[in-house]
Ligand binder design. Sequence first.
Ligand code: FAD
Length: 312
Amino acid sequence: MTSLVVAEHDNRILADATARTITAARALGQPVEVLVAGHGCQAVADAAAGLDGVDTVLLCDDPLYAHPLAEPFAALILSLAERWDAVLAPATSHGKAVLPRVAALLDVPQISEITKVLAPDTFERPVYAGSVMATVKAPAGKLAITVRPTAFAAAGAAPAPAPILSLPAGPDPGLSAFAGETLSQAAGPELTSSKVVVAGGRGLGTADNFQLLAHIAGRLNAAVGASRAAVDAGFAANDCQIGQTGKVVAPELYIALGISGALQHLCGIKDAKTIVAINKDDEAPIFQVADLGLVADLFQVLPEIDAELARR
Ligand code: FAD
C-alpha cells in the first residue's frame, strides 16, 4: 500500500506546499505516490517526479481537471482508493475542500492540518486556534490527512526522477462546473511562502496608510499581510489576512505594525522565525511573542523606516 499525495499546482508550476506534504507523507513510512491531476500539466508531473522521496507520479491530464473543482478531484481519488491507504493534501483551500469529501464518501477518518507525524497512525495537530496541540491516534484502515505545509520542510531534489504513470480521467460527478475566476493582482512574493512578511493591523488607520506599509514591503521584497481587523476595515484585501480564519505563514522575518496580537492572529504566525512588532501600546500582547519590539507611533516610525531603506 502507499501514501497518495494530491499535488497542488496551476497546471504549470508545482506549489511548494506539495513538496512539504511529501515530507509528511514520507514520515508514514510507506511508498509515496503523487497524483498530478490537471490539464496541460506535464511540467508539473516532471517537477513532482524530481522530488526526493517520490516513488511514482500518477499523471491524470484531462480537461475535467483544468480547474481545481473539489468534486471531480474527490471522485478521481476515490477511483484510486485501491492503491492507497493514506491520502494527503496540503491544508489549502483546495486540499480542505477535496479530502473531507473523500473521507466522507469512503466513511474513513479525516485528520486535519497535521503539524507532526509522531507514528504512522499518530499525529499532532493544533486545536483551539493553536492554543492547544492535540495528539490524535487514528484507527486502523484508510486515512485522509491534510497537512499544514509550514510545519514541514520541503522535499529536496531526487538523485534520479521517479517514473510517471499516465492514468485515464476518473468519473465526472457532474456536481460542479467552472464559471470563471478573478485573480488578485497582489504585487510581490506569495504570502505563505515569502521569507519576509510585513503585516498591518487596525493601527494603520486608513487604506492610504496601508499603502505606505505595502511600499516598505516592496523595498524589503516582502509579502504584505494583514490582521482581520485591517481586512474588515477595508485597508487590505481579503487574501492578505493572516490567522485562524486567514493564512498561516512561517517567514524568516515577520514585521507586525499596529497589530495588537490577538490569539486568532498569533496562531497564523507562530512558526515565524523572528517577530518584530511596532505598537504604541507597551502592553499589547504582540510584545509577548515578539523577538524585537518597538513601542512607538507608527506614523512617526514608518516614514523613518522608509527613508532609511531608501538610503541603503
Ligand atoms: P486591534 O486589536 O484593534 O489592534 C490595533 C493595534 O494597533 C493596537 O494594539 C494599538 O495599540 C495599535 N495602534 C493603534 N494606533 C497605533 C499607532 N499610531 N502606532 C502604533 N500602534 C498603533 N484576527 C486576525 O488577525 N486573523 C484571523 O484570522 C482572525 N480570525 C478570527 C476568528 C474568530 C472566530 C474571531 C472571533 C476573531 C478572529 N480574528 C482574527 C480577530 C481577532 O480577535 C482580533 O480582533 C484582530 O486580530 C485584531 O486586529 P488588530 O490587531 O489589527 O486590531
